[in-house]
Design a protein around this ligand. Structure first.
Ligand code: FAD
Length: 499
């Protein structure tokens, strides 16, 4: 009896995208698949990407990763929220993970909150969100709430060193049977009849043949873009920032369990505390700020001493017109780029891997699978884009960059969301919308977009009952936060990396 040859999946590129895919495929695919990863140390990886969202925990858990070990290996810290500073004049607010307030039967929390605001008994959202309250106090805890059964467990994500994460995943992938080939891809061979990719040609006259190819080659998109000619839909009108500079600084004295995103005259600056250093970077529009000015602004905004010179990066916001052509699927930066304002890129790699695994073809790829993959991926990109655009559009700053953002035309999907909120306090989560209703709520309210109405059921309780309800949520959160451990102490006790 002839044994069937395994289906060969070739991963081109060994950045975060390549190694996440390799580790997941090694875990979930059986012996009928052979996984090969090609990467070039000479070319290197983008080397940024430090903040994540809570879904990363599901990915790690599905790979059987021990969380404390992973945190120590990647010099990670915990992330409960993103703090936005200066996006409106003098304003600061958090987009915290997890619940805000509590639903009241059918009624989403924001309706009771809007009523409370109208009657002068509601505070800004911060004290009603456990993650927000904990983040502001630099506190952290893992597991069920200690003081009240009513409180949910705090969701959290991580800040980590992306290079160390890729190395960590490489160890897992290789021990799971992934073959790694070091080499530079110099050309791509295609089938003369159907146009499918048949092999990667490497320097040194080597060739890696495959049945399915994952293009994880970063911004260059060597397979999907350069070889197969997939177009790129640029979103520069909506998201005009096209440059970044990254610089590490010494470990922060203020070891916060949250990312900080501080607006400046032509973009924003990130601050991400890790165990061994702090990650910093400035994102800006080159039409409004020169590279020299950006570098000076970045260094002036650091809390601690820089450990290196700022490293420049260029990008265009947007996505491929198709993410899967022939037998090539693009993952990571090869598929598109949305700036790291809400830390979504690594998550998008994770969700793409999940989609690929769900729609995984055999040796022959059907158009219907490609179409479905594309449909889901486009939606995901579009929804995240809307969320990012909201941050820029709803500003009251005076600089030309910000005035332009305020006056820019909005995508219909975003305009609808804003109009619905303004008219009725309603927030509807659409298909493939990564961000929940309370995520939208925090940004809509935080950026100062007022809702003029709320659900009529919110008028059922008396004035005193609404005041007590809001006060109770605040008290429960404050009591829970009061017994949490300091974030730095928690990390030192459970998951400190080697200095
Ligand atoms: C300024 C900035 C900040 C960011 N911050 C965040 C963040 O906070 N959170 C987040 O989730 N994401 C963030 N990202 C995105 C994140 O960095 C990427 O999504 C992630 O690193 C995945 O990159 P990648 O693997 O697709 O590409 P890369 O890291 O560029 O890897 C490409 C791989 O392809 C290989 N390669 C390329 N050409 C060839 C060739 N010819 N032959 C052989 N190998 C080749 C390279 O060697 C490398 O291994 C940020 C991005 C930028 C630009």
């Amino acid at each position: 009896m002839q044994t069937e040859q395994p289906i060969r999946i070739v991963i081109a590129g060994g950045g975060t995208a390549g190694w996440m895919a390799a580790a997941a495929f090694a875990r979930f695919l059986d012996k009928r698949f052979r996984i090969i990863l090609v990467e070039s140390e000479a070319i290197g990886t983008i080397g940024v990407g430090e903040a994540t969202i809570p879904q990363i925990r599901l990915f790690n858990a599905s790979l059987g990763i021990d969380e404390n070990q992973f945190i120590a290996a990647t010099q990670a810290s915990f992330k409960l929220a993103i703090e936005f500073v200066g996006w409106t004049k003098g304003g600061r607010y958090m987009h915290a993970f997890g619940d805000v307030g509590r639903e009241n039967g059918l009624l989403a929390f924001q309706h009771s909150w809007l009523r409370g605001k109208a009657e002068g008994v509601a505070k800004p959202l911060a004290p009603y969100a456990l993650n927000n309250a904990a983040a502001l106090a630099n506190k952290f805890q893992r597991g069920p709430a200690r003081t009240a059964k009513l409180l949910p467990e705090m969701p959290y994500a991580f800040h980590f060193d992306a290079g160390l994460y890729a190395r960590f995943l490489r160890g897992l992938a290789e021990s799971g049977g992934v073959e790694r080939i070091e080499g530079r891809i110099v050309s791509v061979a295609r089938d003369g009849e159907n146009g499918d990719v048949t092999a990667l040609k490497l320097d040194g006259e080597r060739e890696v043949a495959g049945d399915l190819f994952l293009d994880c080659t970063g911004f260059r998109a060597l397979l999907l873009g350069e070889t197969l000619g997939a177009g790129f839909e640029a979103w520069s009108e909506l998201l005009p920032c096209d440059r970044a500079m990254a610089v590490p600084s010494e470990r922060a004295r203020d070891f916060t369990p949250y990312t900080r995103a501080t607006a400046h005259g032509a973009g924003w600056q990130w601050r991400i505390p890790l165990q061994h250093r702090t990650g910093n970077g400035i994102v800006y529009s080159s039409a409004h700020l020169s590279d020299d000015e950006a570098a000076a602004r970045l260094l002036a905004g650091l809390d601690e001493k820089p450990l290196d010179d700022p490293r420049p990066l260029r990008f265009t916001a947007g996505k491929r017109t198709s993410f899967w052509k022939h037998n090539v699927i693009a993952l990571g930066l090869a598929g598109g780029f949305l700036e790291p304002l809400e830390s979504t890129s690594i998550h998008m790699i994770q969700s793409a891997i999940e989609r690929v695994l769900k729609l995984l073809p055999g040796k022959r790829v059907g158009q219907v699978q490609r179409d479905e993959y594309d449909r889901q991926t486009h939606l995901e990109y579009d929804r995240i884009r809307d969320f990012l655009v909201l941050h820029y559009w709803a500003n009251d700053r005076d600089e030309p960059f910000w005035i332009d953002r305020r006056e820019a035309a909005l995508p219909d999907s975003l305009r609808h969301k804003i109009e619905l909120w303004r008219a009725s306090g309603q927030i509807v989560r659409g298909e493939a919308d990564l961000f929940s209703e309370v995520a939208w709520l925090q940004v809509l309210a935080g950026q100062g977009i007022a809702a003029t109405g709320y659900h009529p059921l919110a008028d059922a309780p008396s004035h005193d009952e609404i005041a007590e309800y809001l006060e109770l949520i605040e008290l429960l959160n404050a009591r829970e936060v009061g017994q949490m451990q300091d974030h730095a102490a928690f990390v030192a006790q459970h998951c400190a990396g080697k200095a």
